[in-house]
Design a protein around this ligand. Structure first.
Ligand SMILES: Nc1nc2c(c(=O)[nH]1)N[C@H]1C(S)=C(S)[C@@H](COP(=O)(O)O)O[C@H]1N2
Ligand SMILES: [Mo]
Length: 536
């Protein structure tokens, strides 16, 4: 073989590979777009989400914790991108295969579909319609791949090389540069563009359709009544307004989000009911009109996730509006021995809360409002639980629809089944926000600032120390109660160079945060936040 022919042969094979990969990716795109649309029409879960759910449900707790630690609130996005990546690589392989052995590629496509159905079973999906999008996906993928192969000159199903004439297009009139690059290739490109446009349209339609079908604005139009005890506006002294310091109130948009839901449930408040039952004298059901007609209370409460690492940002503070959970339980009449409130969300997540914590007089709420608005969908619309002093995984059920009084000895909630703690009061914690870790500041008086929390106990003191020196007391901002974080501030005169600052808090019981580092699993991290920064 001459160098020239070898070169053009390798060029040809490179082009074949590119064409194969493109066909494979387009096939995956067509399958996913069609699946989104089918799922929206059948009002069921798109297969990618089902696969993601199956991954979440069958992951070991340590892996889940690692993912949350690594990606925080972006963990779901990362998981979905992972699923898409696997599908794309699989698609690319099938695409390349399809040029030589179409039957093998189509078999591969069906196997993907079978894996999707298996994921539905692993997820224990009881919605029979959930299989439909998978079937549609395989059909659309097969159709797209078939079309692409058919439009490919010299492809396994395409016309013979150089066969003149395409069924359509002005290409037939244009000068043809060579037998392989002529109107035939244009046919493939046009088919590819058509497949891409169709899948994109189907995908976007599928994404938009649910909110259109369900009637827009159910959240926006929910009439939130005023609280019976409207709290005064927060005094200026709660927020030190230091640039870079977490604001005292976290806006709804900035509030961290942690949950197992891959798509945010969008409940219709008109359909919502809460069932209160189990070990109670008077089980009952409550709908949204009834809930909103009860005397509602406001409370400032800082939520914290048990997965929060020392220095982490899985905590947020808001003004909540809701009906006291204790009163709700008194209406039902809790029987003795019912030490666990087992709450369930609309999407099947469960949470076990100590009855005693909710009944001890703290401001535990069945909340409907957050930051002066109905709960955002991401944060549990139309109703969720908020219990000061307990980590979210044992207290803060979003999209709550069922509350059952039971015993810890009889039933285990979602995370308890996965090795996490059962009773999990929030540990006393503090964090440096300013300067930013590894940040640069000007020499002279350097401002240090952050937040500290010990919900239900309150923060008595925060101390900082520079470069492992002696502890100096920081100044605390004001707080409206014991259930929120508090901002702290301190100043230090520092020479240029690398410095460190470490912080520790003492809570209302006189307990000072220990130096000992413990990881979040099973009931919350301990240790002191220490950061390094440069003075210029
Ligand atoms: N339905 C449901 N509620 C849930 C969870 C969940 O996975 N599903 N996660 C809990 C956890 S672990 C935390 S920390 C809080 C977080 O609430 P947020 O997302 O509103 O900040 O919600 C809790 N409520
Ligand atoms: Mo959490």
């Amino acid at each position: 073989m001459s160098t020239e022919t070898r070169e053009s042969a390798s060029q040809g094979s490179r082009r074949r590979t590119t064409t194969g990969i493109a066909s494979g990716l387009l096939t995956v795109g067509a399958a996913l777009g069609a699946a989104e649309l089918a799922a929206a029409l059948a009002r069921t879960t798109p297969p990618v989400v089902a696969v993601g759910d199956a991954v979440v449900d069958s992951s070991p707790p340590a892996a889940m914790e690692y993912a949350i630690e690594l990606f925080g609130s972006a963990d779901k996005l990362v998981l979905m991108l992972g699923v898409l990546l696997v599908l794309s690589v699989g698609g690319a392989v099938l695409g390349v295969l399809s040029l030589r052995r179409p039957p093998v590629a189509f078999t591969g496509l069906f196997l993907f579909g079978a894996a999707g159905v298996l994921a539905l079973f692993l997820r224990r999906d009881d919605d029979p319609w959930a299989v439909l999008p998978v079937v549609v996906a395989v059909a659309a993928g097969a159709a797209a791949l078939g079309l692409l192969l058919w439009s490919l000159p010299g492809g396994p199903w395409g016309r013979e090389r150089g066969e003149p004439g395409t069924p359509s297009g002005p290409g037939a009139l244009a000068p043809v540069p060579g037998p392989e690059r002529g109107q035939g290739r244009r046919g493939f490109v046009l088919t590819a563009a058509g497949v891409l446009a169709a899948s994109g349209t189907a995908g976007v339609l599928g994404r938009r359709l649910p909110s259109v079908l369900e009637g827009h604005g159910s959240r926006e139009s929910l009439p939130l009544p005023a609280a019976q005890n409207p709290l005064p506006n927060l005094s200026k002294g709660v927020d030190l307004q230091v640039p870079g310091l977490s604001s005292f109130i976290t806006s709804n948009d900035d509030f961290y989000r942690i949950d197992t839901a891959l798509t945010v449930p969008r409940l219709d408040p008109a359909q919502w009911t809460l069932r209160v039952h189990g070990m109670v004298d008077r089980p009952f059901e409550l709908d949204m009109d009834e809930l909103l007609s009860l005397p509602l209370q406001e409370a400032d409460i800082t939520l914290t996730c048990v997965s929060n690492e020392v220095g982490g940002d899985l905590a947020g503070n808001s003004r909540w509006l809701g009906f006291p959970l204790a009163e709700l339980l008194r209406r039902a009449g809790v029987r003795s021995g019912a030490d666990q409130i087992l709450s369930t969300s609309q999407d099947g997540w469960t949470c076990g809360t100590p009855t005693e914590a909710v009944m001890d007089g703290r401001d535990a709420l069945l909340a409907v409002g957050m930051g002066g608005e109905p709960l955002p969908y991401r944060h549990g619309f139309p109703a969720r639980m908020v219990v000061p002093g307990l980590y979210g995984f044992v207290s803060a059920t979003k999209w709550v629809t069922d509350i059952k009084l039971t015993r810890f000895a009889d039933e285990q909630a979602y995370w308890a089944q996965r090795d996490w703690g059962v009773r999990a009061p929030i540990k006393t914690m503090s964090r440096v926000d300013v300067p930013a870790p590894l940040g640069r500041v000007e020499s002279g008086e350097v401002t240090l600032a952050g937040v500290a929390w010990a919900q239900t106990r309150g923060i008595d003191a925060v101390e900082v120390r520079m470069d492992d020196g002696h502890w100096q007391e920081a100044e605390l901002a004001r707080v409206p109660g014991l259930d929120t974080w508090v901002q702290w501030i301190a100043e230090a005169d520092l020479e240029p160079g690398m410095h460190s600052v470490e912080v520790r808090a003492t809570d209302g019981t006189g307990f000072t945060q220990p130096a000992e580092r413990v990881s979040p699993l099973p009931d919350g991290a301990t240790g002191r936040h220490r950061i390094r920064f440069t003075v210029e």
